[in-house]
Write a protein that binds this ligand. Structure first.
Ligand code: ATP
Length: 311
């Protein structure tokens, strides 16, 4: 399947105007314990685009999401969303968030349709009594992610991939113009990943703006127009073709990028990047990803045994 990103046409893409997208300028976040998780981070992404947010564990991706959602206070800097302040954008219900699985209490007894209805809360009055339009939005969102048959199921009973789809449906029901996705591909199979990518491409073509944190590096060039590389600050940002480069990745991950041929025994730097790829510090692999961008956990020593690492 070819999910290659096609450059968007039209005046917005041509001008690269970020005024209507997300603009982060000198953002600095210091946690209460004094840890500065984000320092002077700046980037701009226009509407109608999908941007990958890439960096090692602890590089500040979730912190950046929190800042964009107003959960983490900026010690310095500024964030604007569709030309509005974070507070204004939240008040207008413009920002939807798809959380990491670990952030959710799955034991909480709630039906799938109730989770998706939460996306409508911002459109309701204080009593939160759903109207016809809210029920319709929930139905349409569930249909769009292929989860209509699960609407009466308890959320905790679903598989990891199904839960992800439900939270995507919640974002769709909210009709957020800006959608933040925190590692949407972790723990999902390749088929679900493809389905999610197709959905995101559809949302991009509707003119929404998406920021997707991901460790699945292999799939970034497939569907992300832009990339932001994070390491406590923004190391690089811009179109994926010019940002998602070996040099920048090595900088972000603090290692050397190598590619393995799957099933083969050779290691060569110029292999098709859709093969098994490793960023290594020559002692141990720091990040590995496979042909579909899937993470390969705890690989064998690639330097000494590349064939084993490829299996
Ligand atoms: N509430 C907090 N209080 C203090 N420090 C925190 C807090 N949350 C995160 N940190 C620290 O801030 C840094 C950035 O964390 P963050 O969760 O933003 O990273 P991340 O890039 O999302 O990581 P991962 O890929 O593991 O999800 C880390 O060093 C982390 O330990």
């Amino acid at each position: 399947m070819n999910l290659q990103v096609k450059p968007r046409s039209g005046p917005e893409a041509a001008s690269g105007d970020a005024g209507g997208g997300i603009r982060v300028s000198g953002a600095t976040v210091t946690y209460r314990n004094g840890h500065r998780a984000l320092l002077d981070a700046s980037f701009e992404i226009p509407t109608g685009t999908i941007t990958a947010l890439v960096g090692v564990n602890g590089s500040g991706k979730s912190t950046l999401f929190k800042a964009i959602m107003g959960f983490a206070r900026l010690a310095r800097g500024e964030i604007s969303i569709l030309g509005l302040s974070v507070q204004e954008a939240l008040k207008k219900n413009l920002v939807a968030y798809v959380p990491q699985a670990e952030e959710v209490d799955w034991n909480f007894p709630v039906l799938v349709e109730d989770v998706v209805m939460m996306g409508r809360y911002g459109h309701m009055n204080m009593l939160r009594i759903p109207k016809k339009a809210d029920h319709e939005a929930v139905g349409a969102a569930l249909a769009r992610v292929g989860m209509s048959d699960f609407r009466k199921r308890q959320i905790g009973e679903l598989s990891g991939g199904q839960k992800k789809r439900v939270f995507l449906a919640r974002a769709l029901a909210q009709d957020g113009r800006v959608i933040l996705l925190d590692e949407p591909f972790t723990g999902v199979d390749v088929k679900t990943e493809d389905a999610i990518i197709r959905l995101l491409i559809g949302l991009r073509d509707e003119g929404r703006v998406m920021l997707v944190s991901t460790h699945n590096l292999g799939s970034v060039p497939e569907f992300c127009d832009r990339t932001v590389l994070l390491k406590n600050t923004v190391l690089a940002y811009g179109p994926t073709e010019t940002t998602f480069t070996r040099e920048n990745l090595e900088l972000a991950f603090g290692g050397v990028l190598r590619h393995f041929v799957l099933g083969g025994d050779s290691l060569h730097d110029d292999a098709d990047p859709r093969q098994l790829s490793v960023i290594t510090d020559d002692e141990r692999p720091l990040v590995m990803y496979g042909a579909k961008g899937q993470m390969v956990s705890q690989p064998a020593k690639p330097e000494s045994d590349p064939e084993a690492a490829g299996k």
